[in-house]
Design a binder for this molecule. Structure first.
Ligand code: COA
Length: 107
């Protein structure tokens, strides 16, 4: 698991939001509920401080977050193409755009 998983996305106040970063489970340990447990823990810890959480991800991983109430918010075209020194591949597919999803606690 990433050591730092969430950071502030916008200012304090009623509209303050945070961004989930670097959520990952080492391959041999996947599908044991670790990422789900981490998400649920973060929701409990952060729902009192932020009204929403964003996550930037790929089309392949987006369904994982949608299971937890995240919904599509916007796309950053070419994010993976322009921000990494080498092309990023996920299961043989070249990543280009980043999808941002948003979860508000009421959803
Ligand atoms: C996505 C990831 C964090 C999930 O971690 P994990 O610890 O295996 O997740 P959990 O065990 O809590 O949950 C597994 C469940 O999610 C489902 N799931 C996993 N990846 C999924 C996907 N891409 N789309 C839909 N469902 C997915 C599994 O089928 C499983 O379902 P089940 O509970 O009904 O059996 C892990 O696959 C990973 O580290 N991937 C590589 C890094 C990455 O892409 N991180 C996301 C950065 S935005």
């Amino acid at each position: 698991m990433g050591r730092r998983c969430a950071r502030r996305w916008s200012r304090n106040g009623p509209d303050a939001a945070c961004e989930l970063k670097n959520l990952a489970t080492d391959t041999p340990y996947q599908n044991n509920g670790y990422a789900s447990a981490m998400l649920r823990y973060l929701f409990v810890c952060l729902s009192g401080r932020y009204h929403a959480m964003y996550v930037g991800t790929t089309p392949k991983i987006a369904p994982f977050y949608q299971r937890f109430g995240f919904v599509y918010h916007h796309t950053v075209p070419g994010f993976f193409t322009w921000n990494y020194p080498e092309l990023v591949y996920e299961d043989g597919v070249c990543c280009t755009d980043m999808l941002y999803l948003k979860k508000t606690w009421a959803e």
